[in-house]
Ligand binder design. Structure first.
Ligand code: NDP
Length: 387
């Protein structure tokens, strides 16, 4: 039986890996919608190749080029936020949420409202609005499957286990581009240096977030939201080889580790065929050849983002939405050359410290999340302008 699938963020790193997997078994899938933003050529090429019903660009100004690229193919074209939501409302069995940033939240919520299984790469959704996402999934009997490699690893280590027996969850971090740099050099780190990940081939934003550990900070919050584990039971371990993705510790002292090559097609493939496993085109590890895997505690001075994430988890409410929006704006500032690398964390901390506490405590509705997001972006922009 074919499955109807849609891919949000199809032109990105996760989206392309997802397309790689489904195009290896084309008879198994009916592609409903593919979405992108600026990369119209890739979007159109994949939509035609996969015979999608619809291709959507988030960028209104690119509707004509998309129409031109799809002319005569039979694939419908649409553009803009409303079109993204309309695409998410189309019946589908499995939806990949791989837009980068808070922009992924509403399409994901809409897909859950249709009862689709949502494969969630867009960790920002859970950071900004975890309770809303989980409530929506429960209300519509929709399943949420993790795609982040660490969370897929935890999910797999928990198969058949009782959550009451879980003592701790350890997510690993490669340490990113600046893991071994002298601290005093970080202020001079360039965009190109921050965008070069030692192990993973990912989109630019998450690669820079790996160097700053904002990615791991988001993942700490994601772990709390997804698995309902208390923050005190979640640990981060620096593991430069990126082969052990996560470990779950049980109260008999056992640690269950998930080990695999740094290839996102594993986590995507697991979410695609869950609860079954399928033969995946990923490298098989030769542990004898690898010889040693190393681990160390993260350094708080190098990566203040981890401390900030713990403050956000203590604060709860809409603090995650504020944190993420400030982080996205600070990252834009670094990419634009308006901030030095360590200043990203300073901007985020200042936004968190000065944000209206009543709004952080407001009910988690989509409107309130949007408002907190907008206000935090505005506050971060103002701080950046003063730098
Ligand atoms: P990329 O930057 O490679 O791709 C992002 C995708 O989102 C592209 O399709 C892009 O379109 C689209 N997009 C960008 N801005 C918007 C917007 N405002 N509205 C709608 N669509 C938009 O990102 P990644 O694939 O690296 O990451 C995607 C998500 O998956 C992120 O949340 C990331 O944290 C998460 N993730 C990624 C991993 C990885 O290995 N890459 C690992 C684990 C999680 P276009 O390119 O056409 O402009």
């Amino acid at each position: 039986m074919t499955r109807r699938v849609s891919i949000f963020g199809a032109t990105g790193s996760i989206g392309q890996n997802t397309i790689d997997l489904i195009s290896r078994d084309p008879d198994a899938y009916d592609v409903v919608a593919l979405t992108g933003a600026r990369n119209i050529a890739q979007l159109a090429q994949d939509a035609i190749r996969l015979n999608a019903d619809l291709a959507v660009t988030a960028d209104d100004s690119l509707l004509e080029p998309l129409r031109d690229a799809l002319a005569g193919s039979g694939v419908a074209a649409a553009a803009g936020q409303a079109a993204l939501i309309e695409a998410a409302a189309r019946p589908a069995d499995w939806v990949m949420s791989a837009i980068v940033g808070a922009a992924g939240l509403e399409p994901g919520l809409t897909a859950l409202q249709q009862g689709a299984t949502l494969a969630l790469a867009n960790k920002e959704s859970l950071v900004c609005a975890g309770a809303l996402i989980l409530e929506t999934a429960a209300k519509h009997d929709a399943r949420l499957l993790p795609v982040d490699s660490e969370h897929s690893a935890v999910f797999q280590a928990l198969v058949g286990e009782d959550m009451n027996a879980v003592e701790r969850v350890i997510i690993t971090a490669s340490g990113g581009a600046f893991r071994d740099w002298p601290l005093e050099d970080l202020a001079n780190a360039t965009l190109a240096q921050a965008s070069a990940h030692p192990n993973w081939d990912m989109g630019q934003r998450i690669t820079i977030d790996s160097a700053s550990m904002f990615n791991k900070a988001l993942e700490l919050i994601e772990t709390r939201e997804y698995f309902g584990v208390a923050p005190s039971k979640i640990e981060v371990l620096v593991h430069p080889e990126s082969m052990v993705h996560a470990l779950v510790g049980f109260h008999d002292g056992a640690l269950m580790a998930h080990v695999g090559p740094p290839d996102m097609r594993h986590a995507i493939g697991y979410a695609l065929t869950w609860p079954d496993r399928t033969n995946l085109p990923v490298d098989r590890l030769d542990l004898a050849q690898i010889g040693a895997l190393t681990f160390r505690a993260p350094d708080d001075a190098r990566w203040p983002a981890l401390r900030l994430a713990r403050e956000v988890m203590d604060r709860r409410g809409l603090a995650g939405a504020v944190f993420n929006a400030a982080k996205e704006t600070a990252l834009d500032g670094f990419i634009a050359g308006a901030l030095r690398f360590p200043q990203m964390a300073e901007v985020v901390e200042e936004v968190l410290n000065t944000f209206d506490p009543d709004l952080i405590d407001a009910a988690m509705t989509l409107d309130n999340v949007r408002q907190a997001d907008q206000m935090a972006r505005h506050a971060a922009e103002q701080i950046i302008r003063q730098q």
